[in-house]
Design a protein around this ligand. Structure first.
Ligand code: C2E
Ligand code: MG
Ligand code: MG
Length: 768
């Protein structure tokens, strides 16, 4: 409260300067005017006062003079009729006397003459030289304090007393008049020749002699008696009875001062009021901008429609925009924060947050608990992505994310590591068996079809499982372990899972990430083909050869296709690499043809990827045309599962290939669906019985039964049968007895380079 009052009175800054200027502007002219006016008023008042006093003295002089004149007339009349003298005395004179030149009283009426009359008589005598002239005398009394008597003498012969002088002492009441009739304000005194006081209207406060009166500021008028009356002039002095009363001017001035003070006060008050009114909105604006600086964007309200409101509107606009921008920034920040922790596509925990979480897990882990870290890779996701398009691929990934979240407990975490790789962290597991059950549940759950754009797609996944803290106890190593295990399950034909075992660490392939290197293998000419001959079962002669891809990987030496085919399928390079195999194999076969082995057939493996790709048929056509190889000398090996994955389109493609005139064989028969029923729907020429059956042919009776059944069924369907992986003579003999048409296996030949095949053919020709 006091602070507010202080603030109100002791303005600060701009307010203080403005109010100070206002007050200066109001005060300065008023004070200057007042000082000037005061000087003028004082001067005028003084002059007026002086005039008034002199005027009063003059008026009084005239009155006394007129009375003396009247008394002169009276005494003249007396002189001519002395008898009347004695009667007339009462009004004008106190004493009338006729005095002989020697001073003897001849006649007398009224009060006795004062002793000083003798002086007067001598004076009167002197005035005898002025006959018929009256003289005025001042007759001092014996008592020095008593007022002197004033007498008038007539120096004119009186009948019967020619030398006598007529003396009349004035009645003071007559001569000086009634004091009541005089101004109450002034005291008028008359001073005689010796400057002594003759009379004062008011005796109190009067000055003894004229000099004193003049010193006190009396207004002086000389009563000129010398001319007409023998005697000296008198001086009439008027001075204030009391201290000087304020004059009109002074009264005006005192009112003026009050009005001036009032107006200054009014100006001050109005200016302060106006400053307050001006400063009020300014204060609001200052407070408003301070609030904005502190993040409060409530608008500044200025009720009056003036410049301040315009400023407030501008500030409000500005703060509106700032708050909008800050909100946007906060949203961005929120999004960034979300992006920092969550994967933008699937909203799952992202890689960085996963590793942070695993880090914390390492610190918090109870010794008795196990944590399962699963690395899940969608099998052949690239294939889906490429055939359905990226939008559908993204949609599929989101569905997979939701499915995975659904398949695990709430306190487990599903994270997206990259592309189609997910990490699932299973917490608080009792033992490995519990983890195994959950993983099986996930594989089962993932087997349910996904619906994308109205079509159902069956996906499989490969999972690697590492157990924390047994397999590793830091985030990078545990994920790496799960990755190695996942890679193993891919190698094992996908759609399964593997627990990490330490020997996986020793596997060179797992230790090195082939992904990056395999991408460049084609352009670096690191791939090459080997050819494994196929022989006619009854003649034992080479009738064809299967092209098998090899990767001459500088870091590891020659890598077998089982180890990198899944990789190149996953990274989407199967189609171009497959085309290169086709071109190379056909060109090689043409070389054999040109060497004279014109019946040679070359077999090329076609993956599910290639079969699903629209480019397969045109590529085969182009390669045949470019190499000039007759279509019948090319054989394409397709796996049962590749056809089944996309049954309708697969059958269609096979039919087109067949119409080109190429041979087709069903590779690895018996490992996939092994449905003899479907066999009739596959328009192929050969069935290749999988190595797995051949190896156990001589040891397991049921395998021999299966092989015999396959051969007889295939023959019923007009298909030829090829047995792969024939390693022993016993196997060969058994197969031969069952009616198998062709053999392939180490017993006859290992996969070798093209020139070696040519040498084998040449030797065979020589031997024939
Ligand atoms: P596949 O088509 O079944 O090829 C036969 C595999 O069996 C070859 O292994 C071959 O070396 C092996 N093999 C042949 N005779 C015997 C034998 O008597 N005993 C044993 N133990 N193995 C024998 P490889 O070359 O490692 O090829 C593995 C698989 O890789 C092939 O199986 C094929 O599916 C795939 N593959 C190879 N080259 C290509 C290719 O160019 N394109 C595609 N898509 N797949 C290929
Ligand atoms: Mg094959
Ligand atoms: Mg095979």
């Amino acid at each position: 409260m006091i602070a507010r009052l202080k603030d109100w009175i002791l303005f600060r800054g701009v307010r203080r300067r403005i109010s100070f200027l206002f007050l200066i502007a109001a005060f300065l002219p008023v004070i200057t005017l007042t000082i000037m006016l005061y000087g003028m008023v004082a001067e005028i008042s003084h002059e007026q006062d002086e005039q008034k006093k002199v005027e009063t003295s003059r008026a009084y002089s005239i009155k006394v003079y007129e009375r003396i004149l009247f008394a002169e007339a009276a005494i003249q009349r007396l002189s001519s009729n002395p008898e009347a003298t004695w009667k007339a005395r009462d009004l004008l004179f106190n004493t009338v006397a006729l005095v002989a030149p020697n001073g003897r009283m001849l006649q007398h009426t009224g009060e006795p003459l004062p002793a000083s009359v003798n002086e007067a008589i001598s004076l009167a005598r002197k005035s005898a030289s002025y006959p018929h002239k009256a003289a005025v005398h001042v007759l001092k009394k014996m008592d020095a304090h008593a007022a002197p008597a004033i007498a008038i003498s007539m120096n004119r012969p009186i009948p019967g007393h020619p030398d006598a002088i007529l003396f009349a002492v004035f009645n003071p009441m007559y001569l000086w008049g009634d004091p009541e009739a005089e101004s109450q304000e002034f005291n008028t005194c008359v001073y005689g020749v010796d400057k002594t006081q003759l009379f004062c209207v008011y005796s109190e406060g009067s000055q003894k002699d004229v000099e004193q009166a003049v010193a006190k500021g009396a207004g002086i008028w000389e009563l000129f008696l010398k001319g007409r009356f023998h005697g000296s002039n008198w001086v009439v002095a008027t001075q204030h009875r009391y201290a000087a009363q304020p004059t009109q001017w002074q009264r005006f001035f005192s009112i003026y001062v009050k009005v001036a003070l009032l107006s200054v006060f009014l100006v001050g008050f109005l200016s302060l009021f106006q400053i307050r009114r001006t400063m009020g909105p300014l204060r609001k604006l200052i407070d408003g901008t301070r609030r904005i600086a502190h993040g409060d964007y409530a608008p500044v309200e200025i009720p009056a429609n003036n410049e301040f409101r315009e400023l407030a509107t501008a500030i409000n606009d500005m703060s509106g925009r700032i708050s909008e921008q800050i909100r946007t920034l906060q949203e961005h920040e929120e999004r960034f924060r979300h992006q920092a922790r969550f994967d933008s596509l699937t909203s799952l925990t992202n890689r960085r947050a996963l590793f942070a979480m695993l880090d914390v897990l390492g610190e918090d882990q109870y010794v008795s608990d196990l944590t399962g870290v699963l690395l899940l890779d969608i099998d052949r996701f690239k294939f889906f992505n490429n055939t359905l398009g990226h939008r559908a691929g993204d949609f599929l990934l989101r569905q997979i994310a939701r499915r995975l979240e659904h398949l695990v407990d709430d306190n487990d975490t599903v994270a997206r590591l990259s592309g189609d790789e997910f990490v699932i962290v299973l917490r608080d597991c009792k033992d490995r068996e519990e983890i195994r059950q959950i993983v099986e549940r996930i594989i089962m759950g993932m087997g349910e079809p996904f619906n994308v754009e109205g079509n159902d797609y069956a996906l499989t996944c490969s999972i690697g499982v590492a157990v924390f803290p047994e397999d590793a106890n830091n985030p990078e190593m545990i994920v790496e372990a799960a990755d190695m295990a996942m890679y193993e399950s891919k190698k094992k034909g996908r759609n399964n899972f593997q627990f990490f075992i330490p020997t996986m660490r020793d596997s060179k392939l797992n230790r090195l990430r082939l992904d990056t290197d395999v991408r460049h293998a084609l352009e670096r000419n690191e791939f090459f083909l080997e050819y494994q001959p196929k022989v006619n079962a009854s003649t034992g002669r080479i009738v064809g050869a299967e092209a098998l891809i090899r990767w001459a990987y500088p870091k590891l030496g020659v890598v077998s296709p089982d180890n990198f085919i899944p990789l190149i399928e996953d990274i989407g390079l199967m189609v171009p690499i497959g085309a290169w195999v086709l071109e190379t194999a056909c060109a090689q076969n043409m070389a054999w043809h040109q060497a004279g082995f014109t019946d040679m057939r070359v077999a090329v493996n076609i993956s599910a990827y290639q079969l699903a790709h629209h480019s397969l048929v045109p590529t085969v056509e182009r390669v045949l045309q470019e190499t000039g190889l007759p279509a019948r000398c090319l054989e394409l090996e397709l796996t049962e599962s590749a056809i089944m994955e996309n049954f309708g389109q697969g059958i269609e493609t096979i039919a087109k290939l067949r119409s080109l005139g190429v041979h087709l064989s069903l590779d690895d028969f018996g490992t996939g669906y092994s449905s003899l029923y479907y066999l009739k729907h596959f328009p192929v020429h050969f069935v290749k019985i999988d190595r797995a059956f051949i190896s156990d042919l001589t040891t397991k009776d049921e395998d021999a039964v299966i092989v015999r059944s396959i051969i007889s069924l295939a023959h019923d369907l007009q298909l030829q049968v090829v047995a792969e992986g024939v390693e022993t003579i016993m196997q060969r003999d058994l197969l031969l007895a069952s009616g198998c048409d062709e053999f392939q296996g180490f017993l006859f030949a290992r996969p070798v380079v093209g020139d070696e095949v040519k040498r084998l053919l040449e030797r065979q020709k020589r031997d024939a």
